[in-house]
Ligand binder design. Structure first.
Ligand code: KG4
Ligand code: ZN
Length: 338
C-alpha cells in the first residue's frame, strides 16, 4: 500500500485540504475561500484570514477523510504550506499539521507554496515531463523557472515590482471592480473594444526574462482621469489592461522556451485561470511546436491538492521529518529550496 498524504494549505485567503495517495492519485479535496469575507475590505485582512483558517481547517480535514472513506489513523504523513504567505495564516496550517502528526506519530513536510503551484499541472492528464519551463503567475509572484525535477528549480526571470495578479487587482480597483480583481476585470474586458486604448508593454524588449507591472496601474489611472468613465469606457480600459499584461507574459514565456531550448511550458498560479492568457499561450507556443500545460481550473488558484501532491513527491524522496517545528517562512525564495 502506498503512502497517504494529507495536505493543508492556509497561506492566504483559502483554506484547502486534500488527501493524495501515490499510485491512486487524489482521494479527496476540499476548499473554503474567504473571498466574500475580504471583499468588504477590498483586499485580504491578515488577522481575519488567520481566524477564519482556525475555524475551517479541522472541519475540512474531517470532510476529506469522510469523502475518501478513510480514518485519520490511515494517514501516513502530513504536508502543509510552510511559506511564503501571511505569517499568521501560515501558522494555523503549520500548527494543525504538526499537532496532528505528533499525535499520530507520523512525519510532516513543509511545502513551498509556489512549488505546490508549479507542480500542480502534474496532477492532470496529460501531464508534462521534466524538464519544463514554468510560468508562475499569482497574486504575489510572477516568475519564469526552469524545472528539471522535484526540488530542481532555476530562476530564469521575475517581476521587479508588482506581480501580474497584483496588476490585475490594482487596475480592477481603479476601475471600481471588486476583489479579487483578476476574474472581474477579465469578464468586464470581454465587453470591451480591443483597439480603443493601447497601454504600454513594460520591459517587452529588455532582452532578459524579467517583468515590471507597476507602471501599468499608473497608465490605467491616467486613462481613467482623461476620459468620461461610462460603462463602455471602463470595459475598453479593462480590455487594454488585460491585453497588455497577457501580451508581456506570453512574449516572455516564449522567450524563456527559446532561451532554454525546451518545448513544454507549464502555467501555474491564479492568473493561469485567465482565458485570454491561455488562448494566447496555446496559440503562440503551439505554432512553434511547443506544448502548454495548465492545472485543472479548480487547481489554478490556491488549493490543498497541490500541497498534498507536492508533499507526496517529497516524501517519496524521504524528506519527511518527525520534528514538529512551527517555523513558517512568510518570505521564502523558491530558487533556494532543494
Ligand atoms: O495563486 P493565487 O490564487 O493566490 C496567490 O498565491 O496569490 O492567485 C490569485 C491571483 C489574484 O491576483 C487574482 O486576481 C488572480 O490570481 N486571478 C486572475 C484570474 N483568476 C484569478 N487574474 C486574471 N484572470 C483570472 N481569470
Ligand atoms: Zn497561490
Amino acid at each position: 500500500m502506498s503512502l497517504i498524504t494529507l495536505g493543508i494549505e492556509s497561506s492566504c485567503d483559502e483554506t484547502g485540504v486534500a488527501l493524495y495517495q501515490m499510485g491512486r492519485g487524489l482521494l479527496a479535496h476540499a476548499l473554503h475561500t474567504q473571498i466574500a469575507m475580504h471583499s468588504e475590505y477590498g483586499g485580504v485582512v491578515p488577522e481575519l484570514a488567520s481566524r477564519d483558517h482556525v475555524q475551517r481547517v479541522t472541519p475540512l480535514v474531517r470532510q476529506v477523510l469522510h469523502e475518501a472513506d478513510i480514518s485519520l489513523e490511515q494517514v501516513d504523513a502530513i504536508a502543509y504550506t510552510q511559506g511564503p504567505g501571511l505569517g499568521g495564516a501560515l501558522l494555523v496550517g503549520a500548527s494543525v499539521a504538526n499537532a496532528l502528526a505528533y499525535a499520530l506519530d507520523i512525519p510532516t513536510i513543509g511545502i513551498h507554496h509556489l512549488e505546490g503551484h508549479l507542480l500542480s499541472p502534474l496532477l492532470s492528464d496529460p501531464a508534462p515531463e521534466f524538464p519544463f519551463v514554468a510560468l508562475l503567475v499569482s497574486g504575489g509572484h510572477t516568475q519564469l523557472m526552469r524545472v528539471d525535477g522535484v526540488g530542481r528549480y532555476t530562476l530564469l526571470g521575475e517581476t521587479l515590482d508588482d506581480a501580474a495578479g497584483e496588476a490585475f487587482d490594482k487596475s480592477a480597483k481603479l476601475l471600481g471592480l471588486g476583489y479579487p480583481g483578476g476574474p472581474a476585470l477579465s469578464s468586464l474586458a470581454a465587453q470591451g473594444k480591443a483597439d480603443r486604448f493601447k497601454l504600454p508593454r513594460p520591459m517587452l524588449h529588455s532582452g532578459d526574462l524579467d517583468f515590471s507591472f507597476s507602471g501599468l496601474k499608473t497608465a490605467v489611472l491616467t486613462l481613467t482621469k482623461q476620459h468620461e468613465i461610462d460603462e463602455q469606457t471602463r470595459a475598453d480600459i479593462a480590455c487594454a489592461t488585460q491585453d497588455a499584461i497577457v501580451d508581456v507574459l506570453a512574449y516572455k514565456a516564449r522567450a524563456a522556451l527559446a532561451q532554454t531550448g525546451l518545448d513544454q511550458l507549464v502555467v501555474a498560479g491564479g492568473v493561469g485561470a485567465n482565458r485570454l492568457l491561455r488562448e494566447r499561450l496555446s496559440r503562440d507556443i503551439g505554432k512553434r511546436g511547443g506544448k502548454v500545460f495548465y492545472p485543472d481550473l479548480q487547481f489554478c488558484t490556491d488549493n490543498g491538492a497541490m500541497i498534498a501532491f507536492a508533499g507526496a513527491l517529497r516524501l517519496a524522496q524521504q524528506q519527511g521529518r518527525k520534528e514538529y517545528r512551527f517555523d513558517v517562512k512568510p518570505r521564502w525564495n523558491l530558487a533556494e529550496i532543494g
